[in-house]
Ligand binder design. Structure first.
Ligand SMILES: Cc1ncc(COP(=O)(O)O)c(C=O)c1O
Length: 329
């Protein structure tokens, strides 16, 4: 039995206990986060040979889970990984994983992470009594920490750095497959953070055309139209789809088009989209202000429309989570 130090009040104690009781779906069983372990012989560790996805909840209900699952299954088919479950079975077990975790989440929204690898590699099968199977895990992680970091950015906007590290072209590793061969995204993170530790990287293709962030899709507003990179060398974000649908609803013209640093620098507004924070203003690129260097009116309208769509004020929620994290640390 763990003994708690005197400095924890009862609320903090509850939170600490809850943190230790989350449940992970792992290869057909429900286990604790501590027990969910991937083998050192797994193809994921050897090759980054796997598909993953991240869905989030709003009001503890998964947002566009089907779209995320369809992206997973498209990636699995492309990589020829048979996970042994139908999409419907995966959906059911995902909802069960969330349900099992709800009692210890204190009302928090979560990221639901699916990780599916080909499993341990054949030369090592004796370690697994000759039985090889894909490695499948689903976990629910409270969004407190991610959104606490993002909270101030809704007001200041992101500083984006166009990195020397470029995107890997789709004919080498197709980014439409949400895979873990992601070292180039990590290099882009490091390069951007050397310039400004709070910045987000913005990658380009081999022609200098903007592709995406290391964990986000990117948009600019220029001459009254929203431009977003074409779909071939990027992950087709679920949030990107949502943003485009909201723009259509708002009768704002948008187009998938090639553009480079010049267009970003001279844009009226810019923003990133990703599952965790939904939509985030981008107010500087490579040290230069975009527009007047403040989150623009269209981006603000989109944040409001998004909040209405999901029934959660996304800025207020991240502020609340920032406070929770501050109290916890
Ligand atoms: C490289 C990349 N691009 C775009 C996105 C945004 O995708 P989504 O909106 O589905 O989260 C992600 C999300 O993790 C990503 O890793």
């Amino acid at each position: 039995m763990k003994s708690y130090g005197k400095h924890l009040n009862s609320h903090e104690r509850t939170r600490e206990m809850n943190m230790n009781s989350r449940t992970v779906y792992f290869n057909g069983q429900f286990v604790s986060e501590q027990e969910a372990r991937v083998s050192i012989f797994d193809s994921a560790l050897m090759f980054g040979d796997m598909v993953f996805d991240m869905t989030r909840t709003y009001k503890q209900k998964p947002f566009r889970l089907r779209e995320h699952l369809e992206r997973i299954y498209a990636g699995l088919k492309y990589l020829e990984i048979d996970c042994g479950m139908t999409l419907e079975e995966m959906e059911n077990v995902t909802l069960e994983t969330l349900d099992r975790n709800l009692p210890c989440l204190e009302g928090a929204d979560v990221q639901i992470m699916h990780d599916i690898s080909r499993g341990p590699l054949p030369p090592y099968k004796s370690v697994f009594k000759g039985k090889l199977q894909p490695t499948i895990s689903i976990n629910c992680w409270p969004l407190w920490w991610h959104l606490a970091v993002d909270a101030p950015l809704y007001r200041t906007g992101i500083h984006s750095i166009i990195t020397a590290q470029q995107s890997v072209p789709a004919y080498l590793i197709d980014p439409k497959v949400k895979n873990r061969s992601r070292v180039f995204y990590q290099m882009a993170n490091f390069q951007a953070h050397k310039v400004d530790p709070q910045s987000f990287p913005l990658l380009t293709d081999d022609r200098g055309i903007i592709t995406e962030g290391s964990g986000s899709n990117f948009f600019i507003l220029r001459h009254g139209r929203v431009l977003t990179p074409k779909g071939h060398n990027i992950l087709l974000g679920v949030s990107r789809n949502t943003a485009l649908e909201l723009l259509t609803k708002m009768s704002v013209p948008w187009i998938e088009e090639d553009f480079g640093a010049y267009e970003v620098v001279n844009a009226e507004e810019a923003f990133h989209t990703a599952t965790t924070y939904a939509i985030m203003p981008c107010t500087r690129v490579n040290g230069k202000p975009i527009g007047d260097g403040k989150p623009g009116p269209l981006t603000q309208r989109l944040i409001k429309a998004w909040s209405e769509l999901v029934g959660v004020d996304i800025v207020a929620q991240s502020d609340e989570y920032a406070k929770i994290v501050k109290d916890m640390t």
